[in-house]
Design a protein around this ligand. Sequence first.
Ligand SMILES: *Cc1c(COP(=O)(O)O)cnc(C)c1O
Length: 342
Amino acid sequence: METNTNIDWANLSFGYMKTDYNVRCTYKDGKWGEIEVSESEHLNIHIAATCLHYGQEIFEGMKAFRGKDGKIRIFRMDENAKRIQRSANGIMMAPIPEDLFSEMVKKVVKLNERFIPPYGSGASLYIRPLEIGMTAQVGVKPATEYTFLIFVTPVGPYFKEGFKPTKVAIYREYDRAAPCGTGRWKVGGNYAASLSAGERAKSEGYSAVLYLDPKEKKYIDECGPANFFAIKDGVYITPKSGSILPSVTNMSLQQIAKDLGIEVECRPIEITELTECQEAAECGTAAVATPISRIDDVEAGKSYTFGSDDEAGPVTTQLYNRLRAIQLGDEPDTHNWVTIVE
Ligand SMILES: *Cc1c(COP(=O)(O)O)cnc(C)c1O
């Protein structure tokens, strides 16, 4: 297939760009219908739909890559399929069957093949599945009709700095999730809850907000759109908490760490423990792993620093390189994480 020669692949931002097609499926009368292919960038939604009033919206994010061998690889699609089912059950929406999810992902990637950035560009095709409640009602209860759709868009790195250390802020006056709330599901509302702190962080020169556990404000939870890990005396430590979103990237980095003989601990991490860590990073599909050189606990007037300001630490670098290599097909996919789209 021809490639789209008008796109400046090396300078893509993490933004939206129109592609050729999206795919959609409707849940109605207790079942999912046929997959529809659409060229429209718009949806026709009833003004009383539950997604507009009561936040019945869940989403996913994953990437497809073009390898040196020219093949298209989608990373850990099955984990995203399982996670969107948990999110659906979490806020009483119709779960999407796993095989329907993967069929639609493969289809939308293939249909937009000319938007997959070439190998070596550092860019990738971002895949955004979302589900919304469509039933027109004013009473607070789950919808009976749902739309599930997937669009794709080519993206560059999430942080324009690339794989360079960033600073993050802890603000004790904001939470993104409640202790027994929706933090463990990929719900749009969690992002609404994080906007205010996120904009403040940006205006104060930070790349992201690092949230503490909403109950005691004693343990580290995660960053707004990414999980957190640190390297403490050669051990990969990452928070265990009921209010964080289980990141597929984090899960993968933990496995890679184990493969490399690095010990992994998933447990509550007290903020004070940061003083004993040599490296820190945030991880997620968008950013892969972004090293953190400094965490400012703003209201507490404390700072924690890790390694150098302009270079990632050795363990973070090793994990990052291995994950990228598997995604691109440069290293063997020993855990069967990759789906090749024919
Ligand atoms: C999506 C998301 C992540 C990252 O998850 P990945 O599966 O690695 O992309 C982390 N935290 C939150 C709150 C998220 O919504």
